[in-house]
Design a protein around this ligand. Structure first.
Ligand code: ADP
Ligand code: ASP
Ligand code: MG
Length: 404
């Protein structure tokens, strides 16, 4: 007998037929004698529609109220699943984030889980109840409803699995595992049987939305085995696991892309101490996260500074930088929203040279210009024009030997 946490994403609970299939799958595991906690997302498209509704009232809805609104999506699906399970003759109970005592900080819209007091869930499991927990939501210390950021149900599931010391956390989704790249973009993407936490962390942070990055952080920290698999077929998916010494790996194990950033350049900035500090302090004070930064030196004591910010913060960042540019005497500010970041990832890069050179050569052959570069021990990212995203992913996937 095991304790199993299963998470079903939006497409897996998109309508009552799907919810019935989820119930059947849960019952199978339950009747085999296991304890089951089910974490659900909102029905596909519901979170987006709720955001749109709020934005029909104002461009800038209160973050607290937006979280109260968004939490209704998951409230709907957990209650429907419990009703479904009971109607099929099985004991079930739904819990919202606060009832499951998922305590977060107060960062509405991107709250972080601070603590899960899983006593109530444990008690319900000991009564042989199937517990359906609303994903994506929690409460702060004062009891306000918070949400964990888009894709946050993954994190709810893995965090609950960690708190309950579950034997496995199964992430059921619309693909049958983690692939070498997004299978919806590249038909040669190949399913991985296993991926290491560190690689999955990079993949998630660099655009592979199959798992939310915080979920992978929890999995790694608490050593939760995560199994990413299909809601629609029975086959095994991908295990996300700790790194093993002796496993033979390709140097590059995945390619990702993200279109979620925009680029800002301050040109002809006076090249003297304190200027970069001025530019980035104002951005930080606005709570905007900067990703890549490059500086080019010009003649005559001038420099150009380019950096990227999340697209959602781009209008605000541009407005702030126009003021900064004026106050520091920079000539102008240029923005570009039509960029993409493509990355190659693999723990094998730690012991191999030449990956960056190969990546640049492959992109050059297709005449794709590289605007920015950043590297870490196990990844290389290049910013390119957005319109070349698919081409870049495809040729890199091929060049690094990942094609199926
Ligand atoms: P859910 O609603 O179940 O949480 P998501 O849409 O959040 O599902 O995540 C699954 C999607 O992630 C897939 O449909 C796929 O297009 C996308 N994806 C991106 N990169 C990858 C990858 N490397 N492997 C698998 N899926 C990926
Ligand atoms: N419903 C939320 C979203 O669409 C959370 C999730 O699906 O994981 O982002
Ligand atoms: Mg998701």
């Amino acid at each position: 007998m095991a304790l199993i946490v299963q998470k079903y994403g939006g497409t897996s609970v998109a309508n009552l037929d799907q919810i019935r299939k989820v119930a059947e799958r849960v019952i199978k595991v339950y009747t085999a004698g296991n304890d089951v906690v089910v974490v659900l997302s909102a029905m596909a498209g519901v979170t987006d529609s709720l955001i749109q509704l709020a934005h029909q009232i104002t461009n800038d809805p209160s973050r607290r109220e937006l979280d109260v609104l968004l939490a209704t999506g998951e409230q709907t699906t957990v209650s429907l699943l419990s009703i479904m399970l009971e109607s099929m003759g099985f004991p079930a109970i739904s819990l919202l984030g606060h009832q499951a005592e998922i305590v977060t900080n107060r960062a509405f819209g991107r709250a972080r889980i601070a603590e899960i007091r899983a006593d109530r869930i444990r008690e319900l499991l000991s009564q042989r109840k199937i517990v359906a927990v609303a994903g994506f939501q929690g409460r702060d210390q004062q009891g306000n409803i918070t949400t964990l950021g888009r894709g946050g149900s993954d994190t709810s599931a893995v965090a609950l699995a960690a708190a309950l010391k579950a034997d496995v956390c199964e992430i059921f989704t619309d693909v049958d595992g983690v692939y070498t790249t997004d299978p919806s973009l590249c038909k040669n993407a190949r399913k991985l049987d296993k991926i290491y936490y560190d690689e999955m962390l990079e993949m998630a942070s660099l655009g592979a939305k199959v798992l939310q990055i915080r979920a992978v952080e929890f999995a790694k920290k608490f050593n939760v085995p995560v199994h990413v698999r299909s809601s629609f077929i029975e086959e095994e998916g991908t295990m996300v696991v700790e790194e093993e010494e002796d496993m033979e790996r390709l140097v590059v194990s995945g390619v990702t892309y993200s279109k979620d950033e925009a680029r800002i350049t301050l040109s002809k900035v006076p090249d003297k101490p304190g200027i970069a500090s001025r530019i980035f302090t104002t951005i930080a004070e606005a709570g905007i996260i900067v990703d890549m930064i490059i500086q080019n030196t010009r003649k005559g004591g001038l420099t150009d500074l380019t950096f990227t910010v999340p697209k959602s913060d781009y209008p605000r960042a541009m407005a702030i930088q126009k003021d900064v540019a004026e106050s520091i005497g920079a000539e102008h500010v240029i923005g570009d929203e039509h960029i993409a970041k493509v990355s190659v990832i693999g723990v094998g890069m730690r012991s191999h040279s030449g990956v960056a050179a190969k990546m640049f050569t492959v992109l050059a052959k297709e005449n794709i210009n590289i605007m920015m570069i950043s590297t870490s021990e196990i990844k290389i990212s290049c910013v390119i024009e957005e319109k070349y995203t698919e081409l870049a992913v495809r040729v890199l996937h091929h060049a690094f030997g990942l094609d199926a």
